[in-house]
Write a protein that binds this ligand. Structure first.
Ligand SMILES: [Zn+2]
Length: 287
């Protein structure tokens, strides 16, 4: 059987065909269109050009934002405002006459890492990505854990927004300051610095501070999610803007509850994590 997996990030879209076991072609990458209609057109064009030798069994699509409760559309896509509320699931389903499943892109990458990457063999995996924004998911028994609205670990408070007189960073899309993403997310950090690569423009002290802030966010995740392993991905981790040893050191200082801290590791699948997540998703959901 043939499946189509799409991983639509805020900046890059990745598509591939897959079987039950692996990708069956080199993935196609293209820049994600801000304009929903244009993106839909490109998706249709690329998928049609794949020359599927049998009918498409189903499609899974990772999306950069919060999904509606029935998972038919995005209701909050911070970096793709034109996409909010558009009927992506039904449009694709109609175009290819196949069931379409929408998921959060971070959850799909987390699932890929849990089943095929750095979290392989662990029953409960917490995935956290630190890139433009901060996202993640809890994966249990090789499935994205049940959730009413999905997971938003980037928008947990790590500082109280009503601290009198204190300056607190604020996410670019949130009305209150104090969220984890405001402290360690790439966009928020860029906002407060000269243009350039974060690894160059941040001072050593700022990098050390970012690792400490991230440790508080991860500690909260350990308290609520109780994972055996925490897998970290995203540009700021891949390019060592935030040093994992520094995060581990801070976790040891903060921790007073858990007898042994969960493992903390880098993701392994990089750009194709979401596509592998799509394969794992299909295995549990449609076979
Ligand atoms: Zn926020």
């Amino acid at each position: 059987m043939q499946y189509i997996i799409c991983d639509i990030g805020g900046t890059t879209t990745r598509i591939a065909q897959a079987s039950e076991e692996s990708l069956t072609m080199d993935p196609i990458f293209f820049p994600t269109e801000q304009d929903f209609t244009k993106e839909l057109h490109l998706l249709k064009e690329h998928i049609t050009s794949m020359h599927m030798n049998e009918p498409i069994h189903s499609m899974v699509v990772g999306l950069p934002g919060a999904l509606s409760k029935d998972k038919s559309t995005l209701y909050k896509a911070p970096h793709l405002p034109d996409w909010n509320g558009r009927p992506l699931r039904d449009e694709l389903s109609q175009a290819f006459q196949t069931p379409v499943f929408l998921e959060s892109d971070a959850a799909l990458v987390g699932l890929g890492e849990a089943v095929y990457g750095a979290g392989k063999g662990q029953r409960i995996v917490a995935y956290l990505t630190i890139s433009t924004g901060v996202g993640g998911a809890r994966i249990v028994d090789e499935k994205i854990d049940a959730a009413t609205y999905g997971f938003e670990p980037g928008h947990q408070f790590i500082a109280l927004p009503d601290l009198q007189g204190a300056y607190l960073p604020q996410c670019t899309v949130c009305p209150l300051p104090g969220h984890l993403e405001a402290f360690v997310g790439g966009e928020a950090l860029h906002h407060r610095h000269e243009p350039g690569r974060l690894r160059d423009v941040l001072t050593d002290q700022e990098k050390t501070d970012a690792a400490r802030y991230l440790a508080f966010g991860i500690y909260n995740m350990l308290m609520f999610w109780s994972p055996g392993i925490v897998v970290l991905g995203g540009g700021l981790i891949v390019h060592d803007v935030i040093d994992l040893d520094e995060v581990r050191k801070n976790l040891r200082i903060i921790n007073s509850i858990i007898p042994e801290l969960s493992l903390l590791v880098k993701g392994e699948l990089r750009d194709v994590g979401g596509l592998y997540g799509g394969i794992a998703y299909m295995k549990k959901n449609t076979f």
